[in-house]
Design a protein around this ligand. Structure first.
Ligand code: DAH
Length: 340
């Protein structure tokens, strides 16, 4: 019987050595140490032996069981380590591989357009002045000659932040800020920035868009200066052949107020879908700064005069690059943005 144990031990250890993975290891354990395993059965048969042989065999079998269990544990650990090493090798990072290149980005079409506009006005001596996006009711309306309940407020559907605060509906409130800061210096600035309107989004209008306000305040500034400035801007931005037309208009903060049109860049004035068959395109509202507004900025209207204008930014870009849907600007579709 003791011989038999020795044979089982040799066989079991050889089989353990041959087990290469956890599956094989499990099978091994079942075969030798499981409920119906070889050794378990041998231990159970101790009772069949002659009485005097039982203690010796019993002890030897139990010792063998302990040895096999230990051997199993050692083998299991070795296999686990080998598995880990394998895993590490497979997941190893090859630091010599070249990285994935990130293509260089470029400026958004709105930023490019803004910069073109800045450059043109810079050559005409206009500085850039930035004013906040969140404004008071007073700056956005009141000081621009629209006291509470003034019907002209209806021209600007407004996002209110609180009873007194709002998202500016136009860049015009910056006029008051720059005048109050610069008085008594003469002023020649543009005020670029985002405006917000509580409006339906369509192919032609967004609820967020840019404007570039212009303001000149000085002695003896006239409507001729305004028309000259905007005509020059139009020809530099859209091309030297452009013609400009002036119409009378109304804004509470200018007097007189005008609307500046240019001949349609698509049809040259013949009439087409873009200009709605009129031959003309609106490019900006403008006018001579209203005496009340000059006064609110701190400038005495008897001594000072000025002009102001307020073109958009996306619309000119749409005309220039034949874009027919303003929603493309902020839709974050790279296929669109990469074209400019
Ligand atoms: N603020 C006007 C708007 O958003 C545009 C405008 C018109 C600005 C006439 C001006 C101006 O400075 O003189 O509709």
């Amino acid at each position: 019987m003791l011989d038999q144990l020795e044979q089982v031990e040799q066989e079991a250890l050889a089989a353990l050595e041959a087990a290469e993975d956890s599956e094989a290891l499990k099978a091994w354990q079942k075969r030798y140490l499981g409920k119906k395993g070889t050794l378990t059965l041998m231990l159970r048969s101790v009772g069949d032996l002659p009485r005097e042989e039982r203690p010796v065999f019993g002890r030897a079998a139990n010792e063998l069981k302990t040895r096999l269990e230990e051997a199993h544990q050692i083998r299991a650990q070795a296999l686990h380590r080998a598995d880990l090493e394998q895993e590490l090798k497979r997941g190893a990072l090859d630091v010599t591989l070249p990285g994935r290149p990130i293509g260089p980005g470029h400026l958004h079409i709105t930023t490019q357009t803004l910069r073109q506009i800045y450059a043109i006005f810079a050559e005409m001596g206009f500085q850039i002045y930035e004013a906040p996006d969140v404004e008071t009711d007073e700056m956005n309306f009141g000081l621009l000659n629209m006291p509470p309940h003034h019907p002209a407020r209806d021209m600007w559907d407004t996002f209110w932040v609180s009873d007194e605060l709002l998202l500016r509906t136009h860049t015009s409130p910056g006029q008051i800020r720059v005048m109050r800061e610069r008085y008594p210096e003469p002023i020649r600035v543009i005020l670029p920035g985002k405006c917000y309107r509580y409006e339906q989004i369509t192919a032609r209008s967004e609820h967020q868009f840019y404007q570039v306000e212009g303001l000149a305040v000085g002695h003896g500034i006239t409507m001729t200066d305004l028309i000259g400035t905007l005509t020059e801007f139009t020809r530099r931005f859209y091309g030297p052949e452009r013609r400009v037309r002036i119409r009378g208009s109304y804004f509470p903060f200018t007097e007189p107020s005008i609307e500046v049109d240019m001949d349609c860049i698509l049809c040259g004035g013949e009439g087409c879908r873009v200009c709605k068959y009129s031959g003309w395109l609106e490019i900006a509202g403008a006018g001579m700064v209203h005496p009340v507004v000059l006064e609110n900025g701190g400038y005495d209207p008897d001594e000072w005069s000025g002009f102001a204008f307020g073109p958009g930014v996306e619309r000119p870009a749409m005309l220039k690059y034949s874009i027919d849907d303003i929603r493309m600007f902020y839709g974050n579709d790279l296929r669109f943005l990469r074209q400019f």
